[in-house]
Design a protein around this ligand. Sequence first.
Ligand SMILES: [Ca+2]
Ligand SMILES: [Ca+2]
Length: 145
Amino acid sequence: MGYALVGVRPSSAVGWAQNGAKRSEEGEGEVGEGEEGEGGGEGEGEGEGQIMVHSADQNGDGLISLSELLRVIQFFNSNGLHCQEGTEDGYAPGPGDQGCVHHSSDYNSADWLIGLSELLRLIQFFNSGGYHACEGSEDGFCPGL
Ligand SMILES: [Ca+2]
Ligand SMILES: [Ca+2]
């Protein structure tokens, strides 16, 4: 009665889905489609075949590279981020347009600011040799491939 499930917010779930769709479109010109074929046996049954790509993972390879990490550090140092079409990740530093889905790193809380705990979460993925989508975690992703 007195409990509330705060781990997964519906808005975040929508964000993942839209983000995944967006990434699959963007990936057409790259190796994204080939990855689907090769990695098809990954057994992510709960995801219904969707590949959840973290907003920070610009090339969608399941790894957070240093440059991808630095991009979010830039947001951390820039008083937040806003939507900006045409950039490498669809966002740009500083306040502005908030008409797109939240960046995957902006989840606690989803306020268009990257806090230290949100940055540390991405650093965890950076240090973990990758990340993968998983249910029940704070941001919908778990460390490791
Ligand atoms: Ca990457
Ligand atoms: Ca935030």
